[in-house]
Design a protein around this ligand. Structure first.
Ligand code: ADP
Ligand code: MG
Length: 140
């Protein structure tokens, strides 16, 4: 067990429905601490760059359009095993498959508009955090 950081996005479907606080409460209840947070409206270039690993997937263009359809809240989360803990509280990508009590089960609208992003590894967390935050913007 070790303290680590992960990266989270509260997606446009959640900000549109005023669920920023409700989603953040779930993260905090899971033992994660918000050590950086900002509300931004991503550019197309930012969204394409952030989701570059999915460029060849059939849903890529729709995903980029969705992610720039409204504001998002980008966050750095800190805690014991933060990457895994965040993935657990997020729930499965498709809300139909998400466990009860997870963010996606409670809030997601669809497999695309699924309310949150979370890093899938410590390595990707570091890359994703650096994509949106300067070191001095993160206050643990
Ligand atoms: P996760 O966000 O759970 O890590 P992925 O990394 O596989 O999932 O996909 C990134 C995002 O792309 C998902 O959160 C979702 O918004 C969207 N997505 C994934 N699969 C599909 C799909 N089959 N159809 C539409 N959008 C999808
Ligand atoms: Mg992913």
């Amino acid at each position: 067990m070790s303290t680590e950081r992960t990266f989270s996005i509260i997606k446009p479907d959640a900000t549109r429905r005023n669920l920023t606080g409700a989603v953040t409460a779930k993260l905090e209840e899971a033992g994660l601490r918000v050590v950086a947070s900002k509300r931004i409206h991503m550019s197309k270039e930012q969204a394409e760059g952030f989701y570059g690993v999915h460029r060849e997937r059939p849903f890529f263009n729709d995903l980029v359009s969705f992610m720039i359809s409204g504001p998002v809240v980008v966050q750095v989360l800190e805690g014991e095993n933060a990457v895994l803990k965040n993935r657990e509280v997020m729930g499965a990508t498709n809300p139909a498959n998400a466990d009860a009590g997870t963010i996606r089960k409670e809030f997601a609208e669809s497999i695309e508009a699924n309310s949150v992003h979370g890093s899938d590894s410590a390595e990707n967390a570091a890359i994703e955090i650096a994509f949106f935050f300067k070191p001095e913007e993160i206050v643990g």
